[in-house]
Design a protein around this ligand. Structure first.
Ligand code: NAP
Length: 460
C-alpha cells in the first residue's frame, strides 16, 4: 500500500514556480487558478517589470494589443499568486534549486535572443538583431545601451514577418503618430532625429508567402509621411498552390493590400518603405561599418526560395535582422530542434518540470496562442500531482517559504507585484501628454522609485 499524504500535506497547497512573467507564464498561472487545484503560484522574472513581450516586444504604437496586461494583472493580484521580479533564474538561482523547492516548475522563458544569419559582414557595426533593436526602442534594460547609429538615409530590414513590419513602422512614423505610444525616450530622440528616408523590407520569398498579418501590412499604407512602395511586377495575379482555405484567404488579402500600394514615390511624403521580394541576403558590405546589403535574387520552387545567382546591392547604413529568435539556455534543461526549444513531450520536460510558450513551440503565433499552452500545462500539473499523490511518491514541497529563505540568504532583492504597481504609477505620472507612460529603462531607476517611496527597501 502506498503511503498517502499526511494530514498536514493534504492541506498544504501545491507549490508551483513559473519562470517568466510574459504571456506564457501568466496564461499558465490563470489556468492553474481555474483548474481548481489548490496551489500557491510564484511567478519569477529577471526584470522588475512583469509582462515580458507585452512590455518589451509588442510595438509601442500598438497599445490596444498591450491591453492584455490588465487580465494578467488581475491574475497577479489573486491571493494565491506572488510575483518575484528582479530575480534571474540561471544567474541568481538554478532550475535545480527551484525543483528542490517546488512541486512543479514551469519554464515560460520565451526566446529572448536574436537569430542572425551567418553571412559575411553580419558582425559589422550598424547590423542589429530584432530582439536587441526592438528591446532598445521598447526600453528593455538589457538593450538600453545598444545605441544604434541611425545616422543614415537608408535602412534594410530582413524578414517578412510582423516583427520586420513593426521595426519598419516604428522607424518611419512621425513623432505625432507616435505621441500616444510608449516608445522609450532615448529611442524616440534617436529615431526622430535620424535622416532615414528609405526603409527596405526584404523577403526571400514572394508577397504571397509573406507572414505579415493583413492588419499590420495595411497600416503601412496609412502612414502620415511615408509611402509604401511595391513593384507591381513582383505581385502574382493569383495565389498559386495547394493550401487551406484560410491560408489562401490570408494570402489573397495581403496581395490585395500590396496591389493598392503605389509603385512610384508620392512627392508629398518624405519617407518611403520599399517592399522587396524574391531576394535573400548574401553579404553585408562595409569597411568598418555597414555600408550596404548584397542580395541574391530568388525564385520559388515548391514554395521555397532558391537562389538564382543574380545579385544586387542596396546601399544602407543599418541592417536589422528580423528572421526569428533563439532561446537562452538554462543549466540542466536539454534543448533541441531547429529553433532550440526546450526538449519536452508536449510540454513535459521531466518530473515536475514543464515548458510553455515560445520556449516550447518556437517563436510563432500571437499572444493568445500561449493560452493553449497554459491550459495544457495546468492540466498536466493537476494530473501529475494527483497521480504522484496517489502513488505516494509526491511530497508537497515548501515552495514560497523555501524560495524566500534562499533569496534572503543570497541577499537578493526581489520586486513584488505591489512594488511593480508603484513603478507603473511613477511611469504613468511622468507620461508625456497623450502617452500612457514614460518608461523607466534602467533597473536601478526602477528600484530607486521603490526606495524613494518607502524610504527603505521593502520586499513584500
Ligand atoms: P516570422 O513571422 O516567423 O517571420 C520571420 C521572417 O524571417 C519570415 O519572413 C522568414 O522567411 C524570414 N527568414 C527566416 N530565415 C531567413 C533567412 N535565412 N533569410 C531570409 N529571411 C529569413 O517571425 P517574426 O516576425 O519574428 O514574428 C514572430 C512571431 O510573433 C510571429 O508569429 C508573429 O506573427 C508574431 N508577432 C505578431 C505581431 C502582431 O500580431 N502584431 C507582432 C510581432 C510579432 P520565410 O517565410 O521564407 O521562412
Amino acid at each position: 500500500m502506498s503511503a498517502g499524504p499526511t494530514a498536514s500535506e493534504s492541506v498544504r497547497p501545491v507549490s508551483i514556480a513559473i519562470v517568466g512573467a510574459g504571456p506564457g507564464g501568466f496564461y499558465t498561472a490563470a489556468a492553474v487558478l481555474k483548474s481548481g487545484v489548490e496551489a500557491e503560484i510564484d511567478i519569477i522574472d529577471a526584470l522588475p517589470t512583469p509582462f515580458g513581450l507585452i512590455r518589451g516586444g509588442v510595438a509601442p504604437d500598438h497599445q490596444s494589443t498591450k491591453g492584455v496586461w490588465r487580465a494578467f494583472a488581475r491574475t497577479a493580484e489573486q491571493p494565491q499568486v506572488r510575483y518575484y521580479g528582479n530575480i534571474k533564474v540561471g544567474r541568481d538561482l538554478s532550475v535545480a534549486e527551484l525543483r528542490e523547492r517546488y512541486d512543479a516548475v514551469v519554464l515560460a522563458t520565451g526566446m529572448p535572443l536574436d537569430r542572425k544569419l551567418a553571412i559575411p559582414g553580419a558582425d559589422l557595426a550598424g547590423v542589429y538583431g530584432a530582439a536587441a533593436f526592438v528591446g532598445w526602442y521598447n526600453g528593455h534594460p538589457d538593450f538600453r545601451d545598444l545605441d544604434p547609429d541611425l545616422n543614415t538615409p537608408a535602412v534594410c530590414v530582413i524578414g517578412n514577418g510582423n516583427v520586420a513590419i513593426d521595426v519598419t513602422r516604428v522607424l518611419v512614423k512621425t513623432p505625432a503618430e507616435m505621441a500616444a505610444s510608449d516608445l522609450a525616450d532615448h529611442a524616440a530622440q534617436a529615431i526622430h532625429a535620424a535622416p532615414i528616408r528609405d526603409v527596405y523590407i526584404i523577403g526571400r520569398r514572394g508577397p504571397a508567402q509573406a507572414k505579415f498579418t493583413n492588419k499590420e501590412l495595411g497600416e503601412m499604407g496609412e502612414l502620415e509621411d511615408c509611402a509604401a512602395l511595391v513593384d507591381p511586377a513582383q505581385l502574382p495575379a493569383a495565389v498559386a498552390g495547394e493550401m487551406s482555405d484560410r491560408d489562401r484567404r490570408q494570402r489573397e488579402k495581403n496581395l490585395a493590400t500590396l496591389r493598392a500600394f503605389p509603385s512610384a514615390p508620392e512627392p508629398a511624403k518624405h519617407k518611403r518603405v520599399h517592399f522587396v521580394f524574391f531576394a535573400q541576403p548574401a553579404a553585408i558590405s562595409g569597411a568598418a561599418r555597414c555600408e550596404g546589403l548584397r542580395l541574391e535574387r530568388t525564385r520559388l520552387e515548391d514554395d521555397r526560395a532558391v537562389g538564382t545567382g543574380e545579385t544586387f546591392e542596396i546601399p544602407c547604413g543599418v541592417v536589422v535582422f528580423a528572421v526569428g529568435y533563439r532561446m537562452d539556455s538554462l543549466d540542466g534543461v536539454p534543448s533541441a530542434g531547429r529553433a532550440g526549444t526546450f526538449e519536452s513531450r508536449d510540454g513535459r520536460v521531466a518530473d515536475g518540470l514543464y515548458v510553455v510558450g515560445w520556449a516550447k513551440r518556437g517563436p510563432s503565433g500571437v499572444i493568445g496562442t500561449n493560452k493553449g499552452d497554459g491550459d495544457l500545462a495546468a492540466e498536466q500539473i493537476r494530473s501529475d500531482i494527483t497521480q504522484g499523490r496517489e502513488a505516494g511518491t509526491q511530497g508537497r514541497k515548501a515552495g514560497r517559504a523555501a524560495l524566500e529563505s534562499l533569496l534572503t540568504e543570497r541577499q537578493l532583492r526581489w520586486v513584488s507585484f505591489a512594488d511593480w504597481q508603484r513603478i507603473d504609477a511613477a511611469e504613468a505620472a511622468a507620461a508625456p501628454e497623450g502617452a500612457p507612460r514614460r518608461k523607466l529603462v534602467r533597473i536601478a531607476d526602477m528600484l530607486a522609485v521603490l526606495d524613494r517611496d518607502a524610504g527603505t527597501v521593502t520586499n513584500t
